[in-house]
Design a protein around this ligand. Sequence first.
Ligand code: G3H
Ligand code: ZN
Length: 298
Amino acid sequence: MRTLRDVLEAAQRQHVAVGHFNFSDLVTLRAVAAAARELGVPVMVGVSEGERAFLGVRQATAAVKAFREEFGLPLFLNADHTHSFEKAEDAARSGFDAIISDRSELPLDENATETRRAVEAIKSINPSILVEGEIGYIGTSSEILDEMPEGMGALTTPEEARQFVAATGVDVLAPAVGNMHGLLHSMVEGRARKRLDIARIAELKAATGIFLTLHGGSGTNDEDLQKAIESGINIVHINTELRVAWRRGLETALAAQPDVVAPYKILPGTLEAVKEVVSARLQLFSLVRARGTGEGGR
Ligand code: G3H
Ligand code: ZN
């Protein structure tokens, strides 16, 4: 099977992006895998530290491997937002394909020092793991929010990005370009969308030349997402939209069958609700292909 690096390089040539979806249960993982299989596209799944703590690091690795083998699917596992060195090493030893060493809470120079340390440790365990670093502040939680997180707004500058990449040796960079983790109520209700600074994305790509990830993809304007991908975004993270669909799907299924207690009879409604969101997002991320090089077979 192709490596994650191969898949990202192909996506970059075709001006499309790889979707990244978080999961903390088998229902969501199955929904992501089924949507990607139907569309015939590679996909990434991620577990944050909280999601890993609930699911289990080894259990997440084993479940992804099982879907990959059963479906013959290019399905890759990412250790999302990993704040400690120990947890990054644990994920590397467990067989993750990618790890985000997220030290963005630190001042930029300390972030770079700690990220460099993580890159060296991860690569010494398995050099093929892709390591992502993060700079700038885009909030922290994939939840429904009452207001914008304090401190949001400053965009990553090309110079910060260039220096950080040179100092750390990361394979992938996650910048702040107008994106934000989570959804405001107005976004859940469809009255507002996140907007991105497309020109800044193009500047960051030119300054770094490496893969770029867009975090906080939920609730982003569709056209901005397409332009962001054309301008250099290679991976788009979606989490809150899936969580909203999961909860609504479950509520609907429970309300429709008040006396049913068998999880396998209730949870298909949840799975379908999540799968619908994943499928729509994957189609959008692949749509740019029509305006790209015409190279097929992702
Ligand atoms: O790492 C996870 C993502 O950045 C998800 O952000 O919950 O706003 O979609 P989101
Ligand atoms: Zn994120």
